[in-house]
Design a protein around this ligand. Structure first.
Ligand SMILES: [Zn+2]
Length: 80
């Protein structure tokens, strides 16, 4: 499900999601390729494929390694 209002701001991205393609890499989405329920949820929110989600969340880990906060199970635990 895609928020229709998004189409006003990101018409290309929304069009890709409509065509079952990832808005970031334009690859076809294979729903069975999602490795977890969380990934599937994220797909319904952003339309991103598993690969792009991995990419973004792995980068997030790098930032957290350098940073001052860490997140586990969706909870922010503050300073290390
Ligand atoms: Zn992708």
């Amino acid at each position: 499900m895609v928020n229709e209002a998004l189409g006003l701001f990101f018409p290309d991205e929304v069009e890709r999601i409509r065509q079952n393609k990832c808005p970031l890499c334009s690859k076809d989405i294979i729903v069975t390729s999602f490795t977890s329920e969380l990934s599937l949820k994220e797909f319904h929110i952003s339309g991103m494929c598993q690969e792009c989600q991995d990419d973004i969340f792995n980068k997030g880990d790098d930032i957290l390694n350098e940073g001052e906060i860490f997140i586990e199970g969706g909870e922010v635990y503050g300073y290390r």
